[in-house]
Design a binder for this molecule. Structure first.
Ligand code: ADP
Length: 254
């Protein structure tokens, strides 16, 4: 069956003055997949994401999101996407329930704060203020809020940066759950284990260009077929496995 393209990016260029941060990249995202943009700092990932999210102007190129042209119908695009805000986007003194109600009002959506919080393992914090949350709870909450307008696509920019291994794994499970409900996910990350675990396909971006695009499995196979071998024999577990084994999978922050 032909997969449906939900995002089409063609020859996207972004210049900041004389500096070209995004140098004519093209890629498609299929409906229902988790698509990763990977790359070192400064590669142009956030710029690309924010242009698709309609938050930043592009210099040239075309973008189509679920049939809507970004130049013609940006407001239609805004209606069908969920964007993760930075921490500073939340009023620190409002409770989680109040924040969800506020977003519901902004998006003109009926919301059931407790149902949403329950999905994200935050029921106990319903009456807590945003500023009282731990790092992992803030990240979970920010993903929860991307779902308020019932988006077809959500964008997550480095969602697990700074989290401990338990909180990261719990967030990975949540992202899989969101996808299982039919939402397409576009994610940026620096963590290759995260990309390997979550992404159906990923684009590796370097200096504003896509230098590889395939499933994590295919990318690894391509490297191995070129004769690449790891210097050290791979053990059956890594240090993170040791850490999780010793400290447990349960979230600790609460
Ligand atoms: P990434 O998300 O991959 O770390 P960014 O998209 O944030 O990369 O940045 C790409 C490049 O564009 C970087 O060199 C960055 O310094 C530059 N850049 C980003 N935003 C601006 C801006 N508002 N003005 C000028 N340069 C910018």
């Amino acid at each position: 069956m032909e997969k449906k393209k939900i995002i089409e990016v063609n020859n996207l260029v972004k210049k900041y003055g004389d500096f070209t941060a995004v140098k004519g990249i093209s890629f498609d995202v299929y409906e229902g997949e988790i698509f990763g943009l990977l790359g070192p700092n400064g590669a142009g990932k956030s710029t690309t994401l924010e242009i698709i999210e309609t938050l930043r102007d592009k210099t040239s190129g075309t973008i189509n999101v679920d049939g809507y042209d970004l130049d013609q119908q940006p407001n239609e695009i805004k209606k069908i996407i969920g964007v993760q805000l930075q921490s500073s986007g939340y009023y620190p003194n409002l409770t989680l329930t109040e924040l969800i109600e506020m977003f519901g009002g902004l998006y003109n959506q009926e919301v059931k704060p407790l149902e949403l919080l329950e999905k994200f393992n935050l029921t106990d914090k319903a009456k807590n203020k945003y500023k009282e949350l731990s790092g992992g709870q803030k990240q979970r909450f920010s993903i929860a809020t991307t779902l308020i307008n019932k988006p077809r696509i959500i964008f997550l920019d480095e969602p697990t940066t700074g989290l401990d291994p338990q909180a990261r794994r719990s967030l990975w499970d949540l992202i899989l759950q969101v996808r299982a409900q039919g939402t397409t996910v576009v994610i940026t990350t620096h963590y290759m284990d995260e990309a390997e675990f979550l992404c159906d396909r990923c684009a590796i971006v370097d200096s504003g260009q896509i230098i590889a695009l395939a499933s994590p499995d295919n990318l690894i196979d391509q490297l191995v077929s070129q004769g690449f071998e790891r210097k050290k024999e791979v053990k059956k577990a890594n240090l993170e496995d040791v850490f999780i084994h010793l400290t447990g999978k349960e979230l600790r922050e609460d």
